[in-house]
Design a binder for this molecule. Structure first.
Ligand code: WQD
Length: 340
């Protein structure tokens, strides 16, 4: 059975669907602070199977003790459980360190204590690179001081895992550094469910197109890029989910070359904010209202992945292009607002 922590979140739920559809038994643990039980129903409708579920807080040692004492057949862990709002992490850093670091350490301590020889997949982020010195970004690109406590918890999480692997030869880890996940599952039973006003570009854009916001503000048009707006690497969330299956199979099949490996997960293509808006207009036929505004603090100018390692070593490549991902995001937005 595969333990998926944070399995009712955006990337977590899409990964659980892929795990179930590839014949895995799955136990989802989620504290429901950033998700809801309806996502569990959506996973069942999307995959035809219902995972086991426990509502637990992994930064609570008693909850983790209950988990590992009641589920002895855990054969692998995919760890998504973390708060992920960059802005909130700046205003509430201790909440982020307690939850994101505490949860990871508690789970690793039990894996260690029970001497479990199991694969561990860690959900990390391109945010660990900060403003890259060169592009595209490879796994050897230097990590920079994180621009937010959220990003710092990802960097610290990677360092904790590196040290844990060094001290425990039973532990094998793959760190997956996501670029910008967007889109929704083709079943339209699961997708992105931002709590409150979304900070991310694509959900804010689709909500604006639904009339939920007056207009989209483009955060800065004076960057040194081809059209003055920031460049990002947008990747379909289902492609990202499938990468977790490939990474898990790599460790289960002991195909890994080291016990600690890192892979960038992106499309390998950078798109500016204005290009994303243009793609959305073509896909949705909606004349999206937007205006130019000031830069957003903490944004990097340009970030997109070199996916050579994921393609050649992991054997993973994104199958959807950005327009397809945007189309699925728009279809999902209309579905959850009951407008088909
Ligand atoms: C993309 C671009 C904005 C909203 C964040 C986290 C990262 C990861 C992915 C978790 C930027 C611009 C956005 C808007 C805009 N999250 N934008 N108007 O910042 O690249 O990455 O989400 O792991 O850790 O930092 O994604 O979607 O917020 O922004 O112009 O209303 O869109 O300035 O250039 P980002 P994003």
């Amino acid at each position: 059975m595969i333990l998926v922590t944070g399995g009712l979140g955006y990337i977590g739920s899409h990964t659980v669907v892929e795990l179930l559809q590839t014949g895995n038994d799955v136990l989802v643990v989620d504290n429901l602070t950033n998700s809801s039980l309806e996502v569990l129903d959506g996973i069942e409708r999307a995959s035809g199977k219902r995972p086991l579920f426990e509502c637990l807080s992994l930064n609570d040692k008693m909850d983790v003790k209950y988990l590992f004492n009641n589920y002895e057949e855990i054969e692998g862990v995919i760890h998504f459980a973390a708060f992920k709002a960059v802005g909130e992490s700046i205003s509430e850093p201790l909440k982020y360190y307690d939850n994101n670091i505490g949860s990871l350490v508690n789970v690793l301590q039990y894996v260690d204590r029970l001497n479990l020889e199991i694969p561990f997949i860690f959900s990390s982020s391109c945010t660990v690179y900060g403003e890259p010195d060169s592009l595209p970004i490879t796994e050897e690109s230097p990590t920079k001081k994180a621009s937010s406590p959220y990003g710092n918890t990802k960097q610290i999480g990677e360092e904790i895992l590196f040290d844990a692997v060094r001290s425990n030869s039973n532990l094998s880890v793959i760190v997956l550094r996501y670029f910008n996940p967007i889109g929704a599952h083709k079943s339209m039973e699961i997708g992105e469910l931002p709590l409150g006003t979304p900070q991310n570009l694509v959900p804010f854009m689709t909500q604006t197109a639904m009339g939920m916001h007056k207009r989209l503000t483009v955060f800065g048009d004076d960057y040194p890029t081809r059209d003055g707006t920031c460049v990002r690497d947008y990747v379909h969330v289902v492609d990202l989910a499938k990468a977790h299956i490939v990474a898990l199979q790599r460790l289960v099949g002991k195909k890994n070359e080291q016990n600690y490996e890192v892979f960038n997960l992106g499309s390998g293509t950078g798109k500016t904010v204005l290009e994303i808006i243009s793609d959305f207009k073509k896909v949705s036929k909606v004349n999206l209202k937007y205006k130019m505004g000031p830069r957003r603090q903490g944004d990097v100018i340009e970030a997109y992945a070199d996916v050579t390692k994921a393609n050649s070593v992991l054997g993973w490549k994104a199958q959807f292009n950005v327009k397809q991902a945007i189309r699925s995001a728009w279809k999902w937005e209309r579905k959850i607002r009951n407008k088909n």
